[in-house]
Design a protein around this ligand. Structure first.
Ligand code: UDP
Ligand code: MG
Length: 306
């Protein structure tokens, strides 16, 4: 059986079409399935529709978050609730083509433990959003050491992988975690479709916040940049120091006020940026150490199997 995990935030228009499209494809291919909709604190009728669906159909579970916790948390909750032999995470808006699930499933049957969906192109209406996404993937690909530009959350995972990810206590970044765990992987390319209905939940600002928080959850490279900056500053100051002493000895000492001001400002800003980066990591440690749950499920609905 395959567990289909669908995070949904204000997707009242998409729940039924997503279920119908995916379910009809899977049953046409004789693939047994369960659907887990995670309502991430939607302000519209999303959970009402999920509830209706769970009473009409035989294989629908709905988890209702107490507020919006974000897509990463919704994926975690879905994975924790999945009982299938494999699980696929797919967007509610049908931007991930459902027919690819069948392709992924066949690859899984051949023994692959992770089947990644890779975007063959990305359609963005907002240019800034596009630049934001580009920048994010450029940076994270660099610091993480692997190409994340075209990766997505559209993935099929074997039971073993789901269990491993469920055991990870940290607030991870799903895409990066599924890379980090290793296992036998393969890829399926897909074209990003137009959104079925509603609108994208990402503003450029939220994308930027997402970028910063995911980079810091995945890597400590920015802290090493602080060390590197310190070393560079030390070298510069050694050179300037020698220069000043030589000038002093040869009596060419200039009125150095502008130089002093520039150096002070320069060092000051580097120290502040460095403190900021370190502070960011301390904040994350604080968040983790509080040990709060990644999400709160306020209610659950489940189909009664006939
Ligand atoms: N989503 C979510 N919580 C959020 C934001 C988004 O569960 O806080 C879900 C959303 O319902 C959809 C998926 O994540 O199923 C992708 O969101 P969206 O289509 O807005 O992102 P985009 O496709 O523009 O990257
Ligand atoms: Mg979308």
């Amino acid at each position: 059986m395959i567990s289909v995990i669908i995070p949904a935030y204000n997707e009242e228009m998409c729940i039924r079409p997503a279920y119908d499209a995916i379910y009809s494809l899977l049953s046409a291919n004789n693939i047994d399935s369960e659907f887990i909709f995670v309502n991430d604190g939607s302000k519209d009728a999303t959970f009402k529709i999920i509830t209706e669906l769970s009473t009409e159909k035989e294989n629908v579970t709905g988890l209702n978050f107490s507020r919006n916790f974000g897509k990463e948390s919704a994926i975690s909750a879905g994975l924790a609730a999945a009982s299938g032999d494999c699980a696929v995470v797919i967007d509610c808006d049908l931007q991930h083509p459902p027919e690819k699930i069948v392709e992924m499933y066949r690859l899984w049957e051949q023994g692959y433990e992770i089947v990644e969906g890779i975007k063959s192109r990305r359609e963005d209406k907002k240019i800034l959003h596009g630049i934001g996404a580009k920048f994010f993937y450029f940076v994270i690909s660099r610091v993480a050491g692997f190409d994340m530009e075209n990766s997505s959350d559209f993935k099929l995972l074997d039971r073993k992988v789901v269990d491993v990810i469920n055991k990870m206590p940290e607030r991870g970044f799903f895409r990066a975690l599924s890379y980090w765990v290793g296992y036998n992987k393969t890829y399926v390319e897909y074209d990003v479709a137009e959104r079925f209905g509603g609108e994208s939940k990402w503003s450029t600002w939220s994308l930027l916040k997402y970028a910063v928080s995911n980079i810091s959850s995945y890597t400590t490279a920015p802290m090493q940049i602080v060390t590197a900056l310190g070393v560079i500053m030390l070298i510069i100051s050694a050179v300037l120091g020698i220069w000043t002493i030589v000038d002093k000895i040869t009596g060419r000492s200039l009125e150095g006020i502008p130089t002093v001001i520039i150096i002070t400002i320069f060092i000051g800003s580097i120290i502040m940026i460095s403190l900021g980066i370190i502070g960011y990591y301390i904040a994350r440690i604080y968040e983790e150490i509080k040990g709060r749950p990644k999400y709160i499920i306020s209610s659950t609905v489940k189909s009664i199997k006939k």
